[in-house]
Design a protein around this ligand. Sequence first.
Ligand code: GUN
Length: 304
Amino acid sequence: MAQILNGNAIAKDVKDELIVKIKKWVEEGHRPPSLKCIIVGDDPASHTYVRNKVKAAKYCGIDAETIQFDSDITEEFLLNQINELNNSEDVDGILIQLPVPETINERRICNAVSPKKDVDGFHIINVGQLCLDMPTIVPATALGVVELLKRAKIETLGRDAVVIGRSKNVGMPIAMMLHTDKRHESGLGMDATVTICHRYTPRPKLEHYCRNADIIISATGIPKLVTADMVKPGAAVIDVGITRVTDSEGKNKLVGDIDYDEVVKVAGAITPVPGGVGPMTVAMLMSNTFQAAKTLRDKSIVLQ
Ligand code: GUN
């Protein structure tokens, strides 16, 4: 049976370590880090995510506030609000919960957040710095996957990794950190040999790449995409997928991309859904917020 990577426990460790660091930071005379979460509209899932983020922030000693707008606000209005937060000395981290309504251009909004306050790591400058192995703010889910691998002591140097899914916020940054050189400036590189698979990777090829992999990371939202026959015995399997399904008894439940009940018998390590990567995302967002607070105060750190 595989080692179960308990995201809830590891995320708690990350947050508990942050509590200590933030307490020390405040004792040194700084105000607590401050996070503003903007949510536009009334999508219930988005509200749940933001509630969890604010709760985790408060747990860590971060001042967090939700700023709620109706779905009919204009893009210009939202840009002005972001600009005010960018210019406020009292704010370290800004996140705009996605998706935003279709009337608002998501990329324009992500690029409007000051790169130093962009705790989601979605700004074009932060994405560019990540791709250049420079110090930057990394999207929290990708950082959560890397932190899980590190804390579970899963070796990556020289090993074969497959990332399934190439989204700019998840698959791409994971693949970027996995394949890059640890000796480079960011220190995030993991020196693996990485194959990125996506919707146009033919199924037999996907199976072939996965069977060869020491590490499989799936981020597609397709339940049971990765089956036990695709997993090399002893491989580490990280499930970033999260899909709400109705089971045979009519109950709602969350499932990942991995056929967990079967893959757990073959893999060397596996993350469950829920309770794997999900809690890590929130924990790493808190870490990003503290990083932003420190960077904003420390004039010797030049991010871009
Ligand atoms: N919507 C889904 N995932 C995310 C995320 O990581 N950050 C933000 N801001 N919105 C999201």
